[in-house]
Ligand binder design. Sequence first.
Ligand code: AMP
Length: 469
Amino acid sequence: MNIYNTLSGKIETLSPIGKNKINLFVCGPTVYDDSHIGHARTYVAFDMLVNYLKHSGFDVFYLQNITDIDDKIIKRAKERNIKPKDLAIQFEKEYMADTKTLGIESVKKYARATEHIKEIISQVERLLAKGFAYQSTDGIYYDVSKFKKYGKLSGRTVEGAEDGTSRIDEGVEKKNKADFCLWKFSKEDEPSWPSPWGKGRPGWHIEDTAITEKYFGPQYDIHGGARDLIFPHHEAEISQMEAISGKSPLVKYWVHTGFLTINGQKMSKSLGNFTTIKDFLKENSPQVLRMFIFSSHYRSPIDLKDSSIQEAKANIEKLQDLIYALQKVEVTESLRPSKELGGFDSPFRQLQEKFWQELEDDFNTPKAKAVLFEIVNSVEVKLQQQNLTKEEAKEVLDFLKQINKIFLFLDFKKVKEIKIPDEIKKLTEQREACRKNKDWQGADKLRKQIDEAGWQVEDSSNGPKIKKI
Ligand code: AMP
């Protein structure tokens, strides 16, 4: 598979460090509030990508951190007069409930920051020992001027690092504007953990490298997140881990999703232009949200418009209707062999291959979607002409089931499977033999027998079709 790597700025062939094994990390949520559908865009996109990698035969270890200690958590907990820990637990539960409703099951391990304090302290100690960090009155800071490759992911320089970005640590005695906090000394009423430098809590960037070092070691395959995290967060991760290990690159492929926007603006808590996942799902199904996300390339922004949601809904309905029609064909007996009908197998196979090729090419889901609907349209034509065979219907259904393991926007449970009993099949065959021998009386008798058992035989130019009455 080919994938765009933010580090090189190029589309590259995916070639994991461990051949068939992929270690993949995506920055998880800061659990201080409900997640919005901007978050869902990123998490669903990675869920689809991981499902696809697994479908392609890779053994993927998908790791996600949970930021359960942070300034925002402390502030929100104070406002609510509850403990930061209780607030974090509450919103971690909400996050897990949301991911479950959205069908995200690809994450193998969720790792809480607060359960990796030992690993975080060890990283800070090593950075201090190697001269990449220094102590000031309010915490331990990373000295970006010491890391020569600072800026290699984002293209920022040490001097220009602070331009136009939020989420850069304030610090009274920072040596460089871009220096970031590794360990914050806690104030009286704040959560804290003992450390060699006094009571404190981890900075935001260090939790990720401490967690990935524990599970993956100093180098791994894929790191993901939305593009707002390229700087300063992911740049900081590289600076920390490569300074500690002396190994480069920390991550072979950096994969970043585009934003979910509203009127061109990023959906975010701070702008107040957000719709929570829960609110969105009051009006729409999870399948509609997944189809909406599938319809755009993961790197492109998606603007949330009512018309796009309606389109996703219509697409889902079209596919569900097709599943229903295909299941009906699957149980409708045609005694003519499928190759006699011809014409469908080969164009469908070519389209199926094209579908997978589009995904191989930097996971191009909008192009794959166009191919999917080419398939849908050609099947519909066949259905209208009543010359889709049982085998062809099965082939299309199998294909839809296969892609649904990756994208999860279809519901096969909604449509009942109807099985034709062997006895009815036998009676139909006997009746067909009678008709061939011009034994009309015998054929009528058998039809009556089939009728009485609750089935109906229709004679068409493609042979008899059996339907449940
Ligand atoms: P946060 O909890 O704000 O750190 O965000 C969690 C994840 O969601 C990160 O990967 C963010 O980059 C991503 N994210 C936040 N807002 C959006 C958005 N509007 N569109 C896409 N991804 C987003």
